[in-house]
Design a protein around this ligand. Structure first.
Ligand SMILES: [Zn+2]
Length: 327
């Protein structure tokens, strides 16, 4: 009887060991080399400078582009970004199949779910764009140039400073695109299922509506605007409404998916020691970093992201297993 009991116990221990090693092997396959602590080497392998494709036809069209040898020049910057990202966002970066550096691309970056890749425009590296320059450029895309309406109102200027790689535009773009992939793998911003989107979005008469902005809020356009840019004269009114809303910034008001990506990116930036942020219109400072999470609804989003990153069942890629944060 005693021997039988020992056998059962032994079999149980062996089964547990086998199960644990199988799970480890599976996770190691999907998040390459994480357990060997060489994500940095994995990142060096996946950074890939590419010529543009005219039209993306399939997964293989995107992935089969040859990596140009000059692409090695961008590895170090990507490795620095990886080392600054907290867990589990760093693991999401480690699980990517490719980080494309696009010789030509119409936007600053993209996330591609089917290939589980992200892409960043090469020019941003070449111009060594800082967070301040790039965020200011992006923020101004929605507005007509001052002078066209004689309002005399300056376009917004953003001062965003952080030490090292976190102070570069590329850090922001990597964080934003990883946020999109985490979102897609977990359906966070899905208006029908995502609990994040319920914090500030709704669907009325089949149209997506912002919940915490005035009803006449005109959704800003950033790319391919064709004359639909907002008059500079409306800038004070727009930022006033934004400050009372649950959106972290103007870009977040576009749709639930951008809302989540921007919220997570700002959450990560606010974790960087010495991060400074200020948005101003002329001499008037509109937003400072310490006022980011003040509105009640923004606090809800902050708590949401905080808890999300600790979820034991958070997926870092659609085909991946749920992972537990290391700490
Ligand atoms: Zn985006």
């Amino acid at each position: 009887m005693k021997n039988r009991l020992l056998c059962v116990l032994f079999a149980g221990v062996v089964a547990t060991i086998l199960e644990t090693s199988a799970a480890t092997a599976r996770i190691a396959d999907i998040y390459p080399d994480f357990y060997k602590d060489d994500c940095q080497r994995h990142i060096a392998r996946i950074v890939c400078l590419v010529d543009p494709v005219e039209k993306v036809l399939s997964r293989s069209d995107l992935l089969s582009r040859p990596c140009l040898p000059e692409g090695r020049a961008y590895v170090q910057e990507m490795q620095e970004i990886y080392s600054l990202l907290p867990d589990p966002v760093n693991r999401a970066m480690c699980g990517l199949n490719r980080i494309f550096i696009e010789k030509k691309f119409w936007a600053s970056g993209y996330a591609h779910q089917r290939t589980h890749s992200i892409g960043i425009q090469q020019q941003l590296f070449e111009e060594k764009q800082t967070l301040s320059t790039w965020l200011t450029w992006k923020e101004r895309l929605s507005f007509q140039s001052p002078g066209t309406d004689n309002s005399g109102i300056d376009l917004p200027t953003i001062r965003a400073e952080a030490p090292g790689a976190a102070g570069r535009a590329t850090y922001y773009i990597v964080a934003h695109e990883l946020a999109h992939l985490i979102d897609l793998a977990n359906r966070i911003s899905d208006i029908r299922q995502g609990d994040f989107s319920r914090l500030s979005w709704t669907v009325r008469r089949r149209y997506l509506r912002n919940l915490t902005l005035p009803s006449d809020w005109e959704r800003p356009c950033f790319y391919f605007c064709r004359g639909s840019k907002i008059e500079a004269a409306r800038l004070p009114e727009i930022y006033q409404a934004l400050q009372k809303s649950a959106y972290i910034n103007l870009y977040a008001t576009r749709n639930p998916s951008e809302d989540f990506a921007e919220t997570l990116t700002f959450y990560l930036l606010t974790q960087v020691p010495e991060f400074r942020y200020e948005l101003s219109l002329g001499d008037q400072i509109i937003t400072r970093m310490n006022s980011f999470w003040q509105p009640k609804r923004l606090q809800e989003k902050l708590s949401y992201v905080d808890l999300l990153l600790k979820r034991p069942y958070l997926r870092l890629r659609p085909d991946g297993p749920p992972v537990r944060p290391v700490n």
